[in-house]
Design a protein around this ligand. Structure first.
Ligand code: NAD
Length: 375
């Protein structure tokens, strides 16, 4: 097993901070992977970890993934992540605890911009925003962007149009059969948009009542959560948890393309080769689900839902670039997307490191600011 310092240096992280506050009971790891393209942006994960090393490795891995996601989405942002060790991620956190976390985030001076991730709620973001402006996803009444899932769904539909156009020159959802796994925040918005675009949709959720409600509201079909992966369809959209496609489940798939919102859909990189062998085109999840990060990045120029949606629609072009690069070089799309993102960091961000007070590219030379003053 490699050491933590080895893991940090081999993945190229700029900064990893272990933030503690004994009085508040805070133990958090904040990792800034890269600020080559701009201040790092990434969610706060509240999770119960067996070992502190696991939390550090998670922060390293997730912050690196955010660098790729932001770069592929064309954002002037880097990758960062905060991992907070808690006993119960679902328990409501005290203001003192969240203020201590907010102060730790504030010390980065804008090099790390926080957002929601697993376990986090808008209430957490609102309380953190009381002590630092460097947090996104706060209440829209306070200048925040609110729930990102409707925008994420718009991006997933754009990604679907692209891959369908790539497969048969018809970039349209009309008349397509789409299977959606998960009727949660993104899944529900996605079903509505797909039906609106003329697709025939089948949806499943482990919480069957949720699937039934979403289907009834939109005129979609429902199947059991144990059979959705094997539904015959044009597009299978995983919108539940990660790691749904592995060496076993890949054999069950009866779709032409895999294109959904869930993070880390493939259990590992080798699964993509199995998808290629079965003739199923995988749209890399971090490209298809970038609407969420595009939406929160907008908060730093004064949030505009119209602009966030317009930038999210551009995911269609990004997916097309990825698929064409993959075809040109005979590589799977997942690998092509990583190469494309790394190439942008290396060309546009070569040797750069963003520091507080530096201009941020998208502010036309003005220093980075938050639209929401702290307090
Ligand atoms: P959510 O928790 O609101 O919804 C997930 C749904 O999946 C729940 O209804 C849950 O019951 C269901 N589910 C869990 N396991 C299932 C299974 N095996 N089969 C069928 N249903 C199952 O989450 P969300 O915000 O809708 O996000 C969905 C996925 O998209 C997550 O992986 C998330 O990380 C990713 N994502 C979300 C956003 C966003 O804007 N919310 C942005 C980027 C990525």
């Amino acid at each position: 097993m490699i050491s933590l310092t080895e893991a940090m240096t081999t993945r190229g992280h700029e900064q990893v901070v272990y933030a503690t506050d004994a009085a508040a009971g805070l133990r958090a790891i904040i990792a800034v992977h890269s600020t080559a393209l701009g201040p790092s942006l990434g969610g706060i994960r509240f999770w119960r970890y067996e070992r502190e090393d696991d939390a550090v490795l998670d922060a390293l891995r997730l912050s690196e993934a955010m660098t790729l996601k932001a770069a592929a989405a064309g954002l002037h942002q880097g990758g960062g992540k905060a991992v907070v060790l808690v006993d119960d991620p679902d328990a409501q956190r005290s203001p003192a605890f969240l203020h201590a976390l907010g102060r730790a985030i504030h010390e980065f001076g804008g090099r790390y911009l926080a957002a929601e991730d697993v376990g986090a709620t808008q209430r957490d973001m609102d309380l953190i925003a009381e002590v630092t402006p460097w947090v996104t996803g706060v209440d829209p009444a306070r200048g925040g962007s609110g729930d990102p899932s409707p925008v994420t769904a718009v991006g997933v539909v754009a990604a679907m149009r692209s891959v369908l156009g790539f497969l048969d020159d018809e970039p349209t959802l009309a008349g397509r059969r789409v299977a959606v796994q998960g009727a949660g925040h993104v899944g529900a918005h996605l079903v509505e948009r797909l039906v609106g675009a003329g697709a025939s949709v089948v949806v499943a959720d482990v919480n069957e009542a949720k699937a039934r409600a979403v289907a009834a509201a939109n005129g979609a079909d429902v199947v059991g959560a144990d059979t959705i992966l094997g539904e015959e369809c044009d597009v299978l959209a995983p919108c539940a948890l990660g790691a749904v496609v592995d060496a076993t489940t890949v054999e069950q798939l009866r779709c032409r393309t895999l294109c959904g919102a869930a993070n880390n859909q493939l259990v590992d990189d080798t699964v993509e080769d199995l998808l290629v062998a079965r003739g199923i085109v995988y749209v890399p999840d971090f490209v298809a689900n970038a609407g969420g990060i595009i939406n929160i990045a907008e908060e730093f120029t004064g949030y505009s839902r119209e602009r966030a949606l317009a930038r999210t629609e551009a995911i269609e072009d990004t997916v097309t670039q990825v698929l064409e690069l993959a075809r040109e070089h005979g590589m799977p799309p997942g690998r092509a997307a990583v190469e494309m993102a790394c190439a942008r960091v290396e060309s546009e961000g070569a040797g750069r490191r963003w520091e507080p007070g530096d201009p941020a590219a998208w502010t036309d030379g003005a220093p980075l600011r938050s639209v929401r003053p702290a307090g």
